[in-house]
Structures are given as structure tokens and as C-alpha cells.
Design a protein around this ligand. Structure first.
Ligand SMILES: O=C(O)[C@]1(O)C=C(c2cccc(Sc3ccccc3)c2)[C@@H](O)[C@H](O)C1
Length: 156
């Protein structure tokens, strides 16, 4: 049987998430971004997935990273756009133009927060949106792609 092709997942985290776990634990928890990434790398290896991760506070750098995903043969993206969710047409255009499916992820339930966080420039282009599950949402997104790449039929 042909060796199962390694699927490549790109994790992108937006502005201020480099400070995750250091402030506002009531909203975002006390887990650091490195802890999240370490857990995801561990989980990815269980499913024979190749995970790459990227975090930037700069919109253009994230757009550039999305562009390079195509050349790398990335199969799926998990993105927490943070504040760019609510402001960035550039991010929307980059993801929509990429033709690689993505899951939009939010640690907090943005729909229970300030009205300006209720709108996303990305959600209608996303395969799915996860919000309010805390940092578990990152694992949920990875599990989703592992399930989808297995054929997305039988429930685990
Ligand atoms: O809930 C999220 O994950 C979200 O994407 C994340 C956001 C966010 C905003 C500011 C800071 C951080 S991370 C952080 C938290 C506390 C202190 C420092 C950084 C995330 C918000 O901009 C979004 O509206 C929602």
C-alpha cells in the first residue's frame, strides 16, 4: 500500500498572541503560545501530519506567509487572526486567493464580547470557525483536519 502521504498543516497566529498566557487570563487563559504550539506538534505527530507554525504582529508578514504556503504545498491552514479578524481585507484576499482551505480559530467567544468583534472579514471564506473553546480550539482544529484527511467519514 502506498505510504500515506504526509499532509502539511500551517498554523498562523496574529497580533499580540505572542503574549498569550501573560495577560487577561480570564479571557485567553494562562497557557502560552509556545505551550499551545508544543501540544499541537505532539498531536500532529500522532496523525502523521507535518505542522508548521508562524506568529506575527504585522499584517503584511502574515500575508507573505500565506503566499509562501502555496509554494510549500501546505494542505490546510489553522489561523487565529486575532485583531486582524475584524479589520483585514488584505488577509481575506490572501486566504481567499490561496485556494487552500482554512479553519478560523478564536480562543474567546467573540460573539459574547464587544460588538466590533462580532464581524469577521474571513469567516465566510473559512471551511469552519471555532470560537470560545479556549486554547482547546487549536487542538479541535487539528483534530478536524486529521479527520478530514482520513476521509471525514466515520466519527473518531
Ligand atoms: O479570541 C481570540 O482568539 C481572538 O482572535 C484574539 C484576540 C486577541 C486580542 C488581543 C490580544 C490577544 S492575545 C493576548 C491576551 C492578553 C494579553 C496579551 C495578548 C488576542 C482578539 O483580537 C480577537 O477579537 C479574538
Amino acid at each position: 500500500m502506498a505510504e500515506e502521504q504526509l499532509k502539511k498543516i500551517l498554523l498562523i497566529n496574529g497580533p499580540n498572541l505572542n503574549l498569550l498566557g501573560t495577560r487577561e487570563p480570564a479571557i485567553y487563559g494562562s497557557t502560552t503560545l509556545k505551550d499551545v504550539e508544543d501540544s499541537m506538534y505532539q498531536q500532529a505527530s500522532k496523525y502523521n501530519l507535518k505542522l508548521s507554525s508562524f506568529q506575527s504582529n504585522h499584517e503584511g508578514h502574515i500575508v507573505d506567509r500565506i503566499h509562501s504556503a502555496y509554494e510549500e504545498g501546505i494542505d490546510a491552514v489553522i489561523i487565529n487572526p486575532a485583531a486582524f479578524t475584524h479589520t483585514s481585507v488584505a488577509l481575506r484576499d490572501a486566504l481567499a486567493g490561496l485556494d487552500i482551505p482554512f479553519v478560523e480559530l478564536h480562543i474567546s467567544n467573540v460573539h459574547k464580547r464587544e460588538p466590533f468583534r462580532h464581524h469577521s472579514y474571513l469567516s465566510d471564506k473559512a471551511e469552519g470557525v471555532i470560537a470560545g473553546l479556549g486554547v482547546f480550539g487549536y487542538i479541535a482544529a487539528l483534530e478536524y483536519w486529521a479527520w478530514k484527511f482520513r476521509g471525514g467519514a466515520a466519527l473518531p
